[in-house]
Unconditional design. Sequence first.
Length: 647
Amino acid sequence: MPELIEVVFNLPVDRRFTYAVPQGLEVKAGMRVTAPFGSRRLLGYVVAEGVQAPAGLSGIKEVLRRIDAQPLFGPLELSLAQWLSGMYLCALGEALAAMLPGGRREVEGEELAEEPEAGADITLSPDQDQAVQRLSEAREGMFYLHGVTGSGKTEVFLRAAGSVLARGRGVIYLVPEIALTHQVVEIFSKRFGSDIAVLHSGLSPSRRLNEWTRLRDGQAHLAIGARSAVFAPVRDLGLVVIDEEHEGSYKSGTTPRYHARQVAMHRARAEGAVLVMGSATPSLEAWHSIREGRIPCLSLGRRMSGGTLPEVRVRGLAGESTPLSRPLIEEIRRTHEAGRQTILFLNRRGFAYFFHCRSCGFEMKCRQCSVALTFHKQRGRMVCHYCGYHAAPVTVCPECGSLEVGYSGFGTEKIEEELARLFPDLTVRRIDTDAVRHKGALRGLLAEFRSGKIDILVGTQMVAKGLNFPGVKLVGIVLADSGLRLPDFRAAERTFGLIVQVSGRAGRYHPDGTVVVQTYLPKDRTIALAAQGKLEEFYAEELENRRTLGFPPYTRLIRVVFRSRNADKAQQAAADFCRPLQATAGVEVLGPAECPLAVIAGNSRTQVLLRAAEFNRVHAAAHRALRAFSPPAGVYLEVDVDPVSLL
């Protein structure tokens, strides 16, 4: 009788499949195998060995080949995968695929992580010293390191990590987005040598597997990486650090839609480790927990490199004929005359984002998504930023034939062109995903900026954090209110955080930083409080709004999106899903309703929100409903527990 094993696959099928092991092949739990699945051959994960054949099952198929010489995961990783599957309402195979090397990749791109000023011989401030002492003495529990931009959070994290490593325990250090700049890896390497493994999707699959294996085998004890590094198989985990905890990129956009913060909390509890989160602008959930006394807060009150918080001025754009206001133009000129540099931030790439006919009102939208196409002048194309569809720009309205057509709105390309016109004698460069497509382009631009060869740097979110250059005196936020108009309950929180974080790029080394915040809504409360740096006041008001409206952190949400090529099918499936939920006590059902982005890549999208004050109640209701519901052919479900976006 051949040995039998249980295998799971990266499929939305929550069950285990029994296979036989061919004669002469040794397969252990924790290995990956290739196995026949219907008419396909799929990669599977062995979750149990030496099992009994299920009653009534005959003709058990054999696995085709073994992928790994040694198990990739052990009981600890399998236990974490089972928790992930239960928490985020996905299949065990989907959870393992997200955790292991070769699973789903995070979004590609070079990301700017905070460039540390830290050095081994740096003198700590009293606040830093106290924070390091608290973290070094702790053996478990959660902490929050809150401090203004440039206050030396990185050095505290590094020393806490050093203390844990000195005790022979392991560390996971998470940063937002997909990768670290070489400077960050460099400073960790100088401090901890070869004890580091870097995990991110920019690595080749074989290199990533090698780094994973070094951690699993105890050859490295410190894992550094983006969101998915929270699953690193660090031995005897003693510390997890989440830098820039507020960042939305810690939430996965694909199944399982986990949040690295929640996974880190679970691992810290399960493995007896310390979790420390840090940011200048904590997420509202974290701030609420701090205020409720559930997370001790360690505060850093001042900048470490001689700088002070910059002067922030709000400028209304009403009546301005160009995207750059006269006060901002004058400030750029004065900054250059003083021999200093400028960063301009606009969270929208391309040249213009709205094509319309002035005669009939026609708008040029994506054929596959319910969004306007963005004009990219350098590429000479109209592009959809959701599905990638592109088309040639038109000079005649396709609807009425009118020549009265034009573009509205502005992106980073437009700002770059405007700066070249206004300041022909200055060197202007742009940083966005269009400008830094080629490997090494971002690093090259930053090196030029650091050496003073670039006078003005224009960019999207890539410059919102991480740029830490002594030459920067002026930061301009070209349009502060673009995110406020989104139909999402987190819009104000994101806008506030972005303004504070971008403003933090100015005056980090000299007490003369200036920030100009441009907006069409100069009297908006969120923008005003961000400009004044009134963090506690904003959080207090925003928490009261959330309480009144019944949104997190006072409730928990589960979002289920139904997508289909056929809009009626998606809507009907959502209605069928909701029907048995209506009688669930203590759970509010919102919807079905069309998603704000109603169509993406040709798929119509309808959403249902489940809301309750108690997480166990809403989670159990969603679990029961999903088990009882079978989507019709052509309808696909996306389940998002604790969504960070409702678009």
